[in-house]
Design a protein around this ligand. Sequence first.
Ligand code: 3PG
Length: 306
Amino acid sequence: MKVLVATDKPFAKVAVDGIRKEVEAAGYELVLLEKYGEKAKLLEAVQDVDAIIIRSDVIDAEVLGAAKNLKIVVRAGAGYDNVDLASATAHNVCVMNTPGQNSNAVAELAFGLMVMAVRNMYNGTSGTELKGKKLGIHAYGNVGRNVARIAKGFGMDIYAYDAFCPKEAIEADGVKAVASAEELYATCNVVSLHIPATAETKNSIGYALVNRMPKGGLLVNTARKEVINEEELIKLMEERADLKYMTDIMPVANDTFAAKFAGRYFSTPKKMGAQTAEANINAGIAAAKQIVGFFKDGCEKFRVNK
Ligand code: 3PG
């Protein structure tokens, strides 16, 4: 049995060592393809493997078609919008994610971005504090919950909106559940995005919603770039010089954002929310264990395709 780790953005070495240990203990062979850059290299590497561990690497119909022996793909992480699920099902390939394994790392980075914004990008001028400010958590999943936990330490007043999570579950954490995204944005000084990229959420964060934020509003995106309507956000930020946007996922229009909104816009060069040794170990080893469980016990927990 061959298990390919295909990571254009590699895991920390310590995580790769841990994955190798799991895979080899099961009697399987580990193949490593890191920083491959072009798709052709991925297409070649997948040809004879039974399982693949990926991060944000794109597994589309072409890759699935080239992987003749493939039975399982595990996305070491939360979002699986990079995998063509329908095509995987058609190829009889099981797709899983590893929910929760990297969520603390992403939540910590959201606060890194928040502090950077309210301290004026560390430019030496007097900023503001997070304590006492209203934080809106947009989607209360694994990352949202970690954001709430950390926000308590900062002394923030915490609100959340989630279309699927029951109000009681949110309020049990001492977080105020609001009835709509509109209410969340109208209420909060800072909104932290934690929605997945789906057909419903793509382009959903735009002019009307963000314009509800009070003066000095800060939008933090550690989720996906696709959920932002970039054109509308640019138009709004042109009209409202008080708004700030901090993102861990570089927008398509990064150059425009950077040129127009210096001092109130920042993007990491490469998505790095989950780029910690701990997150890599947690998600990578969970992925390896899920593959072993799938082959040895037929376990399909965390399967995300039909
Ligand atoms: C996730 O969906 O788990 C995060 O976006 C992390 O993505 P990454 O593995 O590409 O860093």
